[in-house]
Ligand binder design. Structure first.
Ligand code: 6PG
Length: 251
């Protein structure tokens, strides 16, 4: 589906809007399917949204006992490391919730064997999205309901960097990848396009003038995913929305 762009004055406004949309998607998923599967973005941009989600008025809006948190990617560092996405989510969201989510599928960034960690996460993710029965190699019986993504100034998303071989993946849902073109320069674990594009809806949070060019490339009808990986969202049949601040528009 053609992505939509919604502009906001600043990061705080984006954080509030993202929290509002997460709750809206969650209430809908819980009503329709009794469970809400949300994919969390790494990086710093979503921190405000996580804090807003764990604060009034949204704090008690979701039945967290029926929510599953999924990670879009992880840096391969210990869980307590300052660069760990899991650490940021734990501090900004989990520690402030009234009750723990039904499931927190964290990637094992501390495993020295990246392929082993990727396989373990894929098994956990398939159990969450396909049940024990499993499903066809690349199809999720219950896709991620709402996927949050960030975007780097080079157009990467999750840990799918320009030119990455993981961009050509067609069946595996999780890959171990080398350090990319954005800090921190550490190897990573990342969800791959086959599972990302199955999400029922995608929300991309983008702030800062340094991302203005990548945002233009992301939204252009034409372009190459290998050069600008965030363009993979064009393949998602669900609703795709970019929440961006005015700084990305030269504002
Ligand atoms: C990561 C992210 C990555 C991030 C972008 C934007 O683990 O680094 O998943 O894709 O979303 O690099 O990062 P910022 O939000 O920090 O600008």
């Amino acid at each position: 589906m053609t992505p939509r762009l919604a502009l906001f004055d600043d990061a705080a406004a984006i954080a509030s809007e993202a929290a509002r949309r997460i709750v809206g998607a969650g209430v809908k998923a819980l009503w329709e399917r009794g469970r809400f599967r949300v994919g969390l973005s790494g990086g710093r941009t979503p921190e405000g949204a996580y804090r807003a989600l764990a604060s009034p008025p949204w704090l008690d809006a979701l039945d967290w006992a029926r929510v599953a948190l999924i990670f879009g990617d992880e840096r391969r560092v210990p869980a307590g490391h300052p660069e760990s996405n899991q650490r940021l989510v734990r501090e900004a969201l989990l520690a402030r919730l009234p009750r723990p989510p039904s499931a927190v599928l964290a990637m094992d960034g501390a495993d020295v064997d990246g392929d082993r960690a990727a396989k373990a996460y894929e098994e956990a993710l398939r159990a969450e999205l396909c049940g024990q029965g499993g499903a066809e190699a690349h199809l999720a019986a219950q896709p991620i309901d709402l996927l949050l993504l960030g975007m780097g100034a080079d157009g990467h998303t999750a840990s799918l960097f320009p030119g990455s071989t993981a961009l050509a993946e067609t069946t595996r849902w999780v890959a171990a990848v080398p350090p990319g073109s954005a800090p921190p320069p550490v190897p990573r674990l990342t969800l791959t396009p086959p599972i990302l594009i199955q999400s029922r809806a995608i929300l991309v949070l983008v702030t800062g003038a340094d991302k203005a060019r990548a945002l233009c490339r992301a939204l252009d009808e034409r372009g190459d995913e290998r050069a600008c990986p965030i363009r993979l969202v064009h393949r998602c049949p669900g609703e795709v929305t970019f929440l961006a601040d005015r700084a990305t528009q030269g504002g």
